[in-house]
Design a protein around this ligand. Structure first.
Ligand SMILES: [Zn+2]
Length: 202
């Protein structure tokens, strides 16, 4: 299983610290079917890519192993999203550019190529991230309701982009940073706010 831990460190600094980074140390097994109050054992690392404006390359992901239930758990820093090579900051910048600032795909790409030419982001990335966000709007709403039960959520039956803009506004206003939202959403819903959907778009 995977968990996300909140860190404000940059991907570059995280990569620089390598094995010396102060990784989170669970005091109990995080597997919900186990939860034995004995710290799981360190179980090495694996490398994964992180493509960010500050850093492009491998980062280490700390793993633990619980000898009681046999489950392995890995701890992803909050600047990463499961299954995405680009950092959360890069992906979120694209979503905000389009949904909030109403930039066209073409101008987002022009901007990225001008300011971050090393990221090699193309049209297919931009389209994919925005579509993923729009497809997850319903599940993001359901997640938000669990955090903020009194919140009046927009009914965006007709205009999905208008609804997306309101959701972004709530996310930005209610959680401070996108990393905080991403981490809390993952902990609460056991999936990322940009994860693939198994059921069709409602
Ligand atoms: Zn366990």
């Amino acid at each position: 299983m995977q968990r996300i831990f909140l860190t404000l460190i940059s991907p570059a600094e995280y990569a620089r610290q390598g094995v010396n980074f102060k990784f989170p140390v669970p005091d109990a097994c995080p597997n919900p079917e186990c939860l034995i109050p004995i710290p799981p054992k360190k179980h090495g690392f694996y490398g994964r890519n992180c493509l960010d404006v500050t850093y492009r390359g491998r980062v280490l992901i700390r793993r633990y192993y619980c000898p009681f239930c046999g489950k392995t758990v890995s701890y992803l820093p909050s600047f990463c999203l499961p299954y995405y090579q680009y950092s959360l900051a890069v992906i979120y910048m694209i979503i905000v550019n389009h949904i909030e600032s109403a930039m066209s795909y073409a101008s987002i790409i022009r901007n990225l190529r001008k300011h971050h030419p090393n990221l090699h982001l193309g049209l297919q990335h931009v389209e994919f991230y925005i579509l993923r966000f729009l497809m997850n709007l319903n599940s993001i709403q359901i997640g938000l309701r669990q955090f903020l039960p009194d919140l009046a959520l927009p009914d965006f039956g007709l205009d999905i982009k208008k609804g997306a803009k309101k959701i972004l506004h709530i996310v930005n206003g209610g959680f401070g940073t996108i990393q905080t939202f991403s981490q809390r959403f993952f902990e609460q819903c056991k999936r990322s706010f940009l994860s693939p959907l198994h059921n069709s778009l409602a």
